[in-house]
Design a protein around this ligand. Structure first.
Ligand SMILES: [Zn+2]
Length: 234
């Protein structure tokens, strides 16, 4: 999947062709104040969460007047931008084209271990009647497997949760250390939840390698975040 690079955020062509949808995976050049500067976007409400690495999903009917805690947002209401902030974690968008339902999800290793994407797909079905084979998903930039070293603790938690362990590749000469494929772990979770593999789209950039993107592991900056957004036009 080829992503546009000329803009301060990256888009997925199959989502960009949906006339009622706006979406983007932000680069470091895309700031919160930029949302107000785009023609036609001025009146969008912006909703983001205190992200806490859980599997908690919030279904939004109107912009809340307090900051909610959780790691996924879904809505069928137009005029609301769902925002997920990331800096190495994987941002995922889900779209039901016929029901005009959208979701944004924050998938770090903990949320993935808690099967957040499975819970979001189940929630979209329960709440809006979205059938998993009808959903499109887009996986944004995240830290790539060659750059994401983890220890036995992380692998052990995945094993305890009954998740596949072949997303961990041992590092030669470094016992107890693995390269973890966060993107693949989440891609499988979507397919396991009933999505068609051809409907799982990708912006396969590594935040750690690509200087346009924020990376917590590279920059050690606890505040810099990428703003990933999806919304329905009124
Ligand atoms: Zn990398």
């Amino acid at each position: 999947m080829i992503a546009s690079t000329a803009r301060p955020y990256l888009t997925v062509p199959r989502l960009a062709r949906i006339p009622w949808l706006i979406h983007g995976f932000g680069t470091r050049h895309w700031k919160l104040s930029d949302f107000r500067k785009r023609a036609g976007w001025e009146n969008f409400k912006i909703v983001w969460l205190k992200q806490v690495h859980t599997d908690r999903v919030h279904f939004i009917e109107a912009a809340p007047n307090r900051r909610l805690q959780g790691d996924a947002l879904a809505t069928d209401e137009p005029g609301i931008f769902l925002i997920m902030k990331t800096a190495d974690c994987l941002p995922v968008f889900l779209v039901d084209r016929s029901k005009r339902v959208i979701a944004a999800v924050h998938c770090g290793w903990r949320g993935t271990r808690h099967r957040i994407l499975e819970h979001v797909v189940d929630g979209l079905h329960a709440r809006y009647g979205c059938r998993p084979p009808s959903l499109l998903a887009a996986l944004g930039p995240c830290i790539g497997a060659p750059c994401y070293e983890v220890g036995n603790d992380v692998r052990g938690e995945y094993r305890a949760a009954g998740l596949a362990e072949d997303v961990f590749r041992p590092i030669a000469g470094r016992p107890g250390k693995y390269l973890f494929d966060l993107r693949e772990a989440n891609r499988r979770q979507l397919i396991g939840a009933g999505l068609d593999a051809r409907s799982v789209l990708d912006v396969p950039l590594c935040t750690h390698c690509d200087a346009r993107l924020h990376s917590y592991r590279r920059d050690r900056d606890t505040t810099a975040r990428l703003f990933n957004f999806i919304g329905r036009l009124p």
